[in-house]
Design a protein around this ligand. Sequence first.
Ligand code: NAD
Length: 436
Amino acid sequence: MKIAMVGSGYVGLVSGACLADFGHEVCCIDKDQSKIDRLHEGVMPIFEPGLAELVEANVKAGRLNFTSSLAEGIDGADAIFIAVGTPSRRGDGHADLSYVYAVAEEIGQHLANDAVVVTKSTVPVGTGDEVERILAASGTGHRFSVVSNPEFLREGAAIGDFKRPDRIVIGAEDDFGREVMREVYRPLYLNESPILFVNRRTSELIKYAANAFLATKITFINEMADLCEKVGANVQDVSRGIGMDNRIGAKFLNAGPGYGGSCFPKDTLALLKTAEDFDSPTRIIEAVVKANDGRKRAMGRKVIEALGGFDNARGKKVALLGLTFKPDTDDMRDSPSIAVAQTLTDGGVEVVAYDPEGMDSARPLMPEVTMAGDPYSAIDGADAVVIVTEWDAFRALDLDRVKQLLNAPVLVDLRNIYRPEDVRARGFDYFSIGRP
Ligand code: NAD
């Protein structure tokens, strides 16, 4: 089967490489020529574990190629995926669909055979209808069907998630769409991955409902963590205690600095906007968005408290370990570290940071922060060290060396990766989330 993937970012490139690995012939398209040039040279434009090897193997096998020409890339494709960005629109928080619609226009101009056009980007309810209208208006003489197939992969574990998904959701309005999608995912079908066929609008909403629910779970446990701090309870034990209930489930109950990343913040906002447009308030999500926004700067203030309050903190130096919104990615979009760093520099605190993969993307987002070459040079001479992202490299720091390098033995662990008693036994002033 021939597949075109328009947009070769975190989702498009991973999906394209995995579909090629299933045995399909895949062309990944991107309008960013430098991305395509790098891919031709075997250099990955993003950091995702296992991706370079997967791409290389499938290019060698002749199943995966790259182009910046949409006309060339979609030629002969049975399925054309749209996997371009849908960021928050400035001003109102709605999803910016201009990239999706621009691709639909271009497909309409160049479609040279019957094909199914699949929206993999996260798009609000009704976007598929508009894509269909654009294609119909283009006057293409070829048969087409517009399908919604949202993506649920997680950065950092994207390949495993794509190849062994909890479920595949397909929103199709006709048999042509359903049949082609069945063929696309046949290898997974044989694996017994559940495939859920629904109508297109339902499929579009499922993606937002899933992300909003997960964001709610995180925000819920974060608020429980705040309460734990006030009442002397331990949020990790609360998580365990509630998570063992199958109706609740143990995942997404780790208290931390608030959710970030390229999906939850923008998708919760876009869902709020859809709910408003359809006059169907979603008050829970409103509360989640508000609580999470406030939390990120509150984490900066927590660090300032650990330094002895605003007056004492001014002129001090803090080492931030981890900048990306989660480990095993270089993605800095809406990372909590941005607000933490901003709160600290606003308070006159000097910030030095280290992240294993995210520093290049972080630099323009936090120009006042100095980047260090490794965790220990960031810590050297600092008045406190703050763990913002739980990269494995920070789970086994040489604490004696850390203490020696610090001006004062202050450790703020925003991911609860250390055990309070261990760290305190080594003489640290230790602050974590929701634990006595
Ligand atoms: P991204 O920014 O990494 O990639 C988008 C790519 O599309 C870019 O390389 C850009 O150059 C390209 N592009 C834009 N317009 C184009 C055009 N007209 N023709 C060709 N290429 C074009 O974005 P992403 O993180 O891969 O997200 C893509 C979509 O998938 C979004 O809707 C997002 O919400 C959704 N999604 C993302 C994730 C994730 O973890 N990143 C997970 C699930 C769903």
